[in-house]
Design a binder for this molecule. Structure first.
Ligand SMILES: Nc1nc2c(c(=O)[nH]1)N[C@H]1C(S)=C(S)[C@@H](COP(=O)(O)OP(=O)(O)OC[C@H]3O[C@@H](n4cnc5c(=O)[nH]c(N)nc54)[C@H](O)[C@@H]3O)O[C@H]1N2
Ligand SMILES: Nc1nc2c(c(=O)[nH]1)N[C@H]1C(S)=C(S)[C@@H](COP(=O)(O)OP(=O)(O)OC[C@H]3O[C@@H](n4cnc5c(=O)[nH]c(N)nc54)[C@H](O)[C@@H]3O)O[C@H]1N2
Ligand SMILES: [Mo]
Length: 608
């Protein structure tokens, strides 16, 4: 479809790595790269593991994470989890659960740095050899810069974590080396989420845990070796990019948004157009492989935008919540009805071939077939001159890394799966640490930048050059918290992949969509487990079942993301979609802010 649109004058495309733009941004400034994770099996070399806002027993990252974590636990390596929820991962793998208020992670990490520095547990030779900016960070942490020492006692009221717990965790992390701090994406999908990732990477750096087996650089969980097994797609240039070149290397979100709408700002771009600083006054939206209204913030604003547009096309396998607003829905085949290959996640070592199992049902066609059928009607000749199999082989041939890893296409197609064999655990930045003279970090200074020069140039206090706790909007201190006192997070769910599978009634029966609320918050509102409740703020209202539990900390509620937005005639979302409530403001580094949201919950009446 991209190729088709590029050949008919081009289109505005959106930007942001929606899952972890905060991390991407932070890593670019800090290490200068995009990738910096270890392969999972390197955790066997760790002496201490922290799962920070990471729930891999539910949110699948790659095929063997849970298996390895279970063995790590069996080997007696301590695992600590920092999460507002007592997740399945905490229950299964962790020795200790540290509940923390959403959006407060940076404060806790900075306080851990305070403990580490003031007890002289940091690795000064490592810091001196491989990084710049420790002194500026230290001045901030110790309070020389602003008169406020960032002690555990300072962090306690912000985070809800007792000072003593913060101190013990800091000491354990710094002294049981090598130690792996795995910083998940969830806390980063928040206002100022970038600071959380930079603080995590700073902790890893000052304790000498970067580039060593058993450590972890605490950035994106994507290993450079593994991620290079890429697949390249041949799509022609987009003419719109010539008129509005996207500043790929810029760290300035405001400049980037002027060239391409951020994926969270699609509705804003449609509603405001050029007057709002966007590249165009949009008339048409072409949605392919995305459930836009459901998966991006502020669904009610999305309804307004979709109604304003002259023409909306949706390609999907189902009549999703978004498809209901389309002028034309083109039914797409599932993976069982067509041939394709893929590499699940960037951290995976598998290539999968999806061999067609059945003929397409009804009128459905693949996205590729639809593009071929549309092309001649749009005056493009020779668009569909290759068969599906010819295309797949061409994509394979155009991907040198894939050719290297998967030597024989036909065997791959026959086997359906190809696993890349690695020589052993892979550690990000091993070369930079072993032989720094010949392997500088790809930053301006060639070193790890705790003080990031590229951020200093921006001169924006919301993205300071050293990681800092900057209070997010809609925090418990916001005056809005009087009206909406609960912090909403919208986590990924066991029985769905985002919105996919939500329409599977068997799975629905297995785990109903519900808002998790702490027993104390529920009691104060007269809410019992299984009650229907109304979760609301100024952006919307959701009718949903209440799951009263001790597995979420007081003051925080969770609506798992992905349930299908389904507003009734009163505008109450009966589907239980978290994005009915979330705010479509983008963090200064481009993060989706789906975990920064204040709400109130009240009883709606009993089910049935
Ligand atoms: N089953 C399943 N697996 C999936 C997906 C899916 O939809 N379903 N989606 C896939 C995709 S695309 C992605 S990007 C990943 C997402 O993977 P993650 O981003 O890791 O998933 P989340 O559930 O959003 O967040 C992880 C944990 O962070 C916690 N958390 C939320 N806010 C905060 C906070 O402010 N501080 C702290 N400390 N913790 C917080 C949540 O309680 C949750 O337990 O998962 C992938 N795997
Ligand atoms: N509140 C909140 N919102 C979130 C998140 C969160 O944590 N909280 N997480 C965010 C994250 S990390 C992500 S990655 C996004 C995911 O956002 P989306 O990618 O929009 O989510 P999906 O539900 O996976 O939507 C994919 C759609 O593609 C359709 N589809 C499947 N196969 C095909 C195909 O071959 N062709 C076509 N045309 N369509 C197909 C599916 O039926 C589905 O409707 O959501 C983001 N939104
Ligand atoms: Mo994602």
């Amino acid at each position: 479809i991209r190729r088709l649109l590029n050949q008919t004058g081009g289109c505005s495309v959106t930007w942001a790595m929606i899952s972890g733009e905060a991390c991407t941004y932070a890593v670019r400034a800090f290490y200068g790269t995009g990738t910096n994770g270890n392969t999972r099996d390197d955790l066997f070399n760790s002496h201490y593991v922290i799962l920070w806002g990471w729930n891999p027993s539910v949110t699948i990252w790659d095929s063997n994470t849970s298996y390895i974590l279970a063995q790590v636990r069996e080997r007696g390596i301590p695992i600590v989890a920092v999460d507002p929820r007592y997740t399945d991962s905490v229950a299964t793998f962790a020795n200790q659960w540290i509940p923390i208020r959403p959006g407060a992670d940076t404060a806790m990490m900075v306080a851990m740095a305070h403990v580490i520095i003031s007890k002289n547990l940091h690795d000064q030779p490592f810091i001196d050899k491989y990084s710049i900016g420790f002194d500026q960070f230290k001045d901030y942490v110790l309070g020389k810069e602003d008169g406020i020492p960032k002690t555990p006692a300072w962090a306690e009221p912000i985070t809800g974590v007792p000072a003593d717990t913060i101190e013990k965790l800091a000491i354990a992390y710094a002294t049981n080396r090598p130690s792996a701090l795995i910083a998940g994406f969830g806390p980063g999908r928040s206002a100022r989420g970038e600071q959380y990732h930079r603080a995590a990477m700073t902790l890893a750096t000052i304790t000498g845990n970067v580039g060593v087996h058993g450590g972890n650089a605490a950035g994106a969980e994507i290993n450079p070796v593994v991620s290079s097994f890429g697949v390249k797609l041949p799509v022609e240039d987009n003419p719109v990019d010539k008129e509005f070149p996207f500043p790929n290397s810029s760290m300035d979100t405001a400049i980037r948004v002027k060239a391409r709408p951020h994926i969270s700002l699609v509705w804003d771009a449609v509603l405001k157009g050029k007057a709002g600083g966007y590249p165009a006054d949009y008339k048409m939206l072409y949605l392919n492989c995305v459930n836009q209204i459901n998966q991006f913030p502020n669904a009610n604003k999305g309804v307004q935008a979709l109604k304003k547009l002259e023409f909306v096309v949706v390609h999907d396998t189902f009549i999703t919540s978004t498809a209901r607003y389309a002028d034309i829905v083109l039914p797409i085949t599932t993976i069982l009805e067509r041939n394709d290959f893929c590499r699940p996640w960037l951290s995976g070592t598998h290539y999968l071939f999806n061999n067609q199992a059945i003929n397409p049902i009804g009128e459905s066609k693949s996205d590729w077939q639809i593009a071929c059928d549309l092309a001649p009607r749009l005056g493009i000749t020779n668009f569909g001159d290759k068969s599906e199999d010819e295309w797949l082989r061409e994509i394979y041939k155009a991907s040198p890394d894939m050719c290297k890893q998967v030597p024989d296409y036909d065997t791959f197609k026959k086997d359906g799966v190809h696993k890349v064999k690695l020589s052993g655990p892979q550690v990000a930045f091993e070369q930079q640490i072993k032989d720094p003279a010949n392997n500088p970090f790809p930053t301006r200074s060639g070193k790890i930048e705790i003080y990031a020069k590229r951020l200093a140039d921006l001169n924006n206090p919301l993205v300071p050059p050293v990681p800092k706790y900057v209070e997010p909007w809609e925090s418990p201190n916001d005056p809005l918290a009087k009206k909406y006192p609960l912090q909403l997070i919208t986590t990924h769910f066991k029985r769905r992949i985002h919105s996919m599978m939500d329409n599977n009634s068997w799975l629905k029966e297995l785990i109903p969509q519900a808002v998790q609320i702490n027993a104390r918050d529920a009691a104060g509102r007269g809410i019992a487990d299984g009650d229907m409740v109304r979760v609301f703020n100024d952006r919307g209202q959701v009718a949903i079942l209440a799951r009263v539990t001790e597995r979420i900390m007081p003051g925080v509620v969770d609506i798992p993301e992905g349930a299908w937005f389904n507003p009734d005639s009163q505008g109450v979302d009966r589907g239980g979609c978290g994005n009915t409530l979330t705010k479509d403001e983008v963090s200064p580094g481009g993060a989706l802010c789906s975990n920064t949201c204040l709400v109130q919950v009240e009883k709606f009446g009993r089910r049935g």
